[in-house]
Write a protein that binds this ligand. Structure first.
Ligand code: PMP
Length: 381
């Protein structure tokens, strides 16, 4: 039998597999708990789910046997009002994830350089690797701010084509100052600003797209509108570039249910804004409660999650509170994550060295957050 593995692209053959997320029912079975007892705070999803209008619109939509509108015209009209940009500058994707991939396919050929500012969303480096691009990492500082001049220097040194930045950043939750983005826009680069969490921050640079042909802003319905499972995101892209993205996009990339649900969400902003406000209020309550635990340093966040550094653990890179004291929680980030998972509470932890002593918790409902806090206090007691 002839094998075909030697015919694979060598860079794909050598690529490490992506660790897939375990489905809820599998997790529940593994932990021996019913699904509705899981407190899922590990993927920055919206604990309130979709708007009832989105659910009703999907239930009553009659044309699922027909292919979707490849230009998602109605959705772009509604998005145009939502973002204050003309529909001609808007393109939709199966999640912001698809648009990240699309941009990299449009701009990066093997060996091209892209600037990444870790710690940040992992898909940037992953998608760049699929294009066999060179990922030039310009690490963020201790407060997770981007060193703009270091980005400018690295861009010049490596002849980079693109820089991709998240604001608010995942996993740290901090915003990029608008002036920093304006400075980057002076460089001969495509500047991609991923605003997946912008609705929780109340701050955006989308208004700059019309004035800067080298700016792309990415957004999603996964977080604020509770549609993560339906996969719908969009990009606001200058006319000079968007035509090229239309050429390479799969025609039916956004499925009909996702388009219907996204349109209905934009018709139900009052309801969804109420949920955003609840999440933001809970974020602040959670921040205060977590900051009161002596074993944690909590980073201020403008998103729907909080990053916490576990202090004085066995992990390398032991850290101290600002007052210089070393409080010992006794548990490492992974031990905390495992102990919470045993109780059905799921949070995110990291293998990257700079985050190995960190956990990230998504903001849930008040009840979910109380369950998480009580369990965490139990571990720190
Ligand atoms: N960008 C960032 C910064 C994210 O954190 C995520 C989701 N975790 C995405 C993009 C992907 O969003 P979507 O669900 O729209 O693909």
């Amino acid at each position: 039998m002839p094998s075909a593995t030697h015919l694979l692209r060598p860079d794909i053959a050598a690529l490490e597999s992506y660790t897939p997320i375990v489905p809820l029912e599998v997790l529940a079975a593994r932990l021996g708990l019913p699904i509705d007892q899981l407190v899922k705070l590990d993927a920055n999803e919206n604990p309130y789910g979709p708007s009832p209008r989105a659910l009703a619109a999907m239930a009553s939509y009659p044309y699922y046997a027909i292919y979707p509108d490849p230009e998602h015209g109605r959705l772009r009209e509604k998005l145009s009002h939502y973002v204050g940009q003309p529909p001609e500058r808007i393109i939709c994707g199966a999640g912001a994830d698809e648009l990240i991939d699309l941009l990299m396919r449009a701009f990066l050929t093997p060996g091209d350089a892209i600037i990444n500012c870790p710690p940040t969303f992992g898909m940037y480096a992953f998608d760049a690797a699929l294009q066999a691009a060179r990922v030039i990492n310009v690490p963020r500082d201790e407060a997770f701010d981007v060193d703009i001049e270091a980005v400018a220097q690295a861009s010049e040194d490596h002849g980079a084509k693109m820089v991709i930045l998240t604001s608010p950043n995942n996993p740290s939750g901090n915003l990029m100052p608008r002036a920093d983005i304006e400075r980057l826009l002076e460089l001969p680069l495509l500047v991609v600003v991923d605003e997946a969490y912008t609705e929780f921050a109340g701050s955006s640079v989308v208004d700059l797209v019309g004035h800067h042909p080298n700016l792309v802003v990415l957004r999603t319905f996964s977080k604020w509108a509770g549609l993560a499972g339906l996969r719908v995101g969009y990009g606001i892209v200058h006319e000079e570039i968007i035509t090229h993205l239309w050429k390479i996009k799969q025609p039916y990339n956004v499925n009909v249910a996702a388009q219907v649900a996204a349109e209905a969400s934009l018709d139900d902003l009052e309801y969804l804004t109420g949920n955003i406000m609840r999440i933001v209020a809970e974020r602040e309550r959670l921040y205060e409660a977590l900051s009161a635990l002596s074993g944690l340093h909590v980073y201020p966040s403008r998103a729907n999650f909080l990053l916490c550094r576990v202090l004085g653990t066995k992990d390398e890179g032991r850290r101290t509170k600002e007052d210089g004291s070393m409080k010992n929680s006794g548990s490492s980030a992974t031990e905390i994550k495992d102990a919470l998972a045993q109780q059905g509470i799921l949070i995110r932890y990291y293998r990257a060295p700079e985050l190995r002593d960190c956990i990230r918790v998504s903001v849930g409902t008040p009840e979910q957050n109380d369950t998480f806090l009580a369990a965490l206090r139990g571990l720190f007691a």
